[in-house]
Design a protein around this ligand. Structure first.
Ligand code: GRG
Length: 290
């Protein structure tokens, strides 16, 4: 089996996603330029995970999975725009530039989020026919990003009286971040017509990867550099915010991040050699600096 260079793989897939996104946002009307401002510059982890899963599950024609992968990035970007709003985290800086509300004002930032959300579903349903795979993707994504998942996680994160306990932290991390990461992986499996059993196992492993992702996000918020992160460090660790370092200390958070990486890799490994690449991206996430 060929040993894949994960950095090269990530760069190639990121370029693919970036090109597709450019195309989806080309010249439809002037508002697409405003939405594209926020789309530009992300790491593209979620769409890359969808593509990775599509390929690992035997999917061949990337044109099948690209609109779904990009739709996930649109929803993710929407969540970042709204997360940065003055009424939420009030962050002036995102993806290395002024956040959407700083650049265009609050109303257009809110509308950018609204527009990206709707446009994502247009991408999920793109093509000439409605297939079982598209149905399953829409069912899963709408379930996970709404009030049973990301939106719920965010309501807890903004501090509606959650107590500072490991249990509350876990609830926030699972809902705000892990479910979306796991969903991205499962969407790729669905588009490749993987068996339900495999898709479900990937989702479960993806939850551990998602927990790891949020742990490293929390850690980088304490130790990361603004230029590398492209956002303002310290926002998530502001007084009263429930984060992994706040609960466990930096070393405790690092220890647990490592454990989530181990748990994720254990589950991916059980799925067989063709899923090895997921172990590599898990290590990449564990060691990331941005
Ligand atoms: C409907 C999805 C949706 C959201 C509305 C505002 C909100 C409710 C949720 C915010 C959730 C949130 C910001 C979670 C944090 C997830 C996270 C770790 C973001 C950083 O992701 P990266 O590092 O960022 O992949 P880039 O910029 O590289 O894409």
């Amino acid at each position: 089996m060929v040993d894949i260079d994960i950095n090269k793989y990530l760069a190639e897939k990121k370029a693919l996603v970036d090109d597709a996104l450019k195309e989806y946002f080309a010249n439809i009307n002037p508002f697409f330029k405003i939405m594209y401002y926020s789309i530009d510059g992300g790491k593209r982890i979620r769409p890359i995970l969808a593509i990775m899963s599509f390929e690992a599950n035997g999917g061949e024609d990337l044109k099948t999975v690209l609109p779904v992968a990009c739709g996930l990035e649109l929803i993710h970007t929407y969540s970042l725009i709204h997360d940065d709003l003055p009424s939420m985290d009030n962050d002036d800086y995102r993806r290395g530039r002024p956040s959407a509300h700083k650049k265009f004002g609050e109303a257009k930032a809110i509308l950018s989020g609204d527009g990206l959300f709707a446009y994502a579903f247009e991408l999920f349903t793109s093509g000439n026919s409605f297939t079982d795979e598209k149905y399953l993707v829409i069912k899963l994504v709408s379930d996970v990003v709404g009030p049973k998942g990301v939106v719920y996680g965010q309501t807890l994160d903004i501090g509606n009286g959650e107590d500072h306990t490991p249990k509350s932290l876990r609830k926030i991390h699972i809902n705000k971040t892990a479910k979306f990461i796991a969903t991205s992986i499962k969407c790729g499996a669905i588009m490749a017509r993987a068996s339900e059993a495999t898709a479900d196992k990937l989702y479960k492993a993806g939850i551990c990867m998602g927990m790891l992702f949020q742990y490293t996000d929390d850690i980088l918020d304490v130790v990361g550099k603004k230029e590398k992160l492209g956002k303002t460090p310290g926002k998530d660790s502001a007084v009263g915010k429930l984060t992994a370092p706040a609960i466990y200390g930096l070393d405790g958070a690092r220890f647990r991040a490592d454990r989530y990486a181990h748990l994720a890799k254990k589950q991916f490994s059980k799925l067989g050699e063709r899923f090895n690449i997921f172990n590599k991206i898990t290590d990449f996430i564990l060691n990331r600096t941005f």
